[in-house]
Design a protein around this ligand. Structure first.
Ligand SMILES: Nc1ncnc2c1ncn2[C@@H]1O[C@H](COP(=O)(O)OP(=O)(O)O)[C@@H](O)[C@H]1O
Ligand SMILES: N[C@@H](CCOP(=O)(O)O)C(=O)O
Length: 332
């Protein structure tokens, strides 16, 4: 679960009083998530008259791990930028002084619009297509987002994380050091630097997408967003969504639907398409790196479910062997 910090009813009510959202009616810690503490809040609604004063739901996020305070204006500004362009992204609620985030006991907190929907862990091809479209829509809509942020989980950072894991890597799985050594240098040597760049989500896993039926009702958790290659973001999404079942099997119909949906909105260039097999290996390696680091460095009594690095090792090995097959368009 992810509620790292205890906030009492008085703390929450005091915080909510800083916003024009009415008074606090209820608050519930949210178990999902890894990085931050989240609460679902219900308030009596912004000042209004009669029927305009309605109960309203918000997500309160307290930033706990892997987030630099200096990056918050980028993340929260991006939400507002995308929401203003009609994207399925939560708006940030600014406090009475206009600030997008506040400090509470030395930690940053933000109030974010609640979006309806359900996270789907076994998508249908129609749902995967919608996710591909939503990702491409985000890439197009962020083209005029003026702020930039370097990707702090780029290939040299994976290498750095593995080095910090040291001999701990082999405690996860005896074969892991060899696998990392075999693949990492090849991925880094071939890593492209001339593909189209935009603002990318960089972590669009099923738990970061809310769906209503076959439609994406929300994309959330933009706290790895950065300026990087659009095709890398598609590769991350492909690696995150296209596997499942026993042995983490590749599901071609999901991978194809994702890419097709993406191209409904933003057709890939030839160079992007050619780079996808390597970008997908890199995407898998990125999650092996952070998961391995977290696996070793999360205390046993921490209230958070550790994610298995070996799950992404399987995906990495699949992409390394499969060539461009997983990215071949489905026959029409
Ligand atoms: N804007 C939102 N609308 C609805 N639910 C949300 C929203 N933001 C977060 N959540 C819920 O909170 C959970 C954790 O949020 P997330 O941002 O993914 O946390 P973390 O950064 O810790 O992974 C999500 O899985 C979702 O259930
Ligand atoms: N998606 C990453 C973990 C990041 O956690 P999130 O809850 O902040 O999305 C992974 O699966 O390793």
């Amino acid at each position: 679960m992810a509620v790292y910090t205890h906030l009492g009813a008085d703390d929450l009510a005091g915080l909510i009083a800083e916003y024009n959202v009415g008074s606090l009616l209820s608050a519930k810690g949210i178990a999902e998530g890894v990085s931050n503490s989240n609460w679902l809040l219900e308030t009596s609604g912004a000042d209004g008259h009669g029927a305009a004063r309605q109960a309203t739901r918000f997500i309160l996020t307290m930033y706990e791990r892997r987030i630099e305070l200096d990056d918050l204006p980028f993340f929260l500004g991006l939400l507002d930028h995308l929401a203003a362009r009609g994207g399925p992204v939560p708006r940030t609620i600014h406090d009475r002084s206009g600030a997008a985030f506040r400090m509470m006991d030395g930690k940053a907190v933000a109030l974010i619009e609640y979006l309806p929907g359900v996270s789907i862990d076994r998508p249908s091809p129609a749902q995967a297509r919608a996710v591909g479209r939503a990702l491409a829509g985000m890439h197009v809509a962020s083209a005029d987002f003026a702020a930039t942020r370097a990707n702090d989980l780029a290939p040299p950072d994976w290498q750095d994380l593995f080095q910090q894991c040291g001999s701990g890597l082999a405690t996860i799985n005896a074969s892991l050091p060899r696998i990392v050594e075999t693949h990492l240098s090849a991925i880094m040597a071939g890593w492209p630097d001339d593909l189209p760049r935009t603002t990318i989500h960089a972590d669009l896993f099923p738990d970061n997408v809310l769906m209503l039926g076959d439609d994406v009702s929300g994309m959330i958790d933009f706290y790895f967003a950065c300026t990087d290659m659009a095709a890398y973001d598609l590769a991350v999404t492909h690696a995150a969504w296209s596997f499942g079942g026993p042995g983490t099997m590749f599901k071609p119909e999901i991978g194809q639907a994702l890419v097709a949906g993406y191209e409904d909105i933003r057709p890939l260039t030839q160079a992007e398409r050619a780079a996808l097999p390597l970008l997908a290996q890199g995407a898998a390696m990125r999650f092996v790196a952070t998961r391995a680091f977290d696996w070793i460095n999360t205390p046993d009594d921490a209230l958070v479910a550790r994610k298995d690095p070996m799950d992404f090792v399987k995906r990495l090995q699949f992409y390394a062997e499969a060539g461009d097959g997983p990215f071949t368009p489905a026959p029409r």
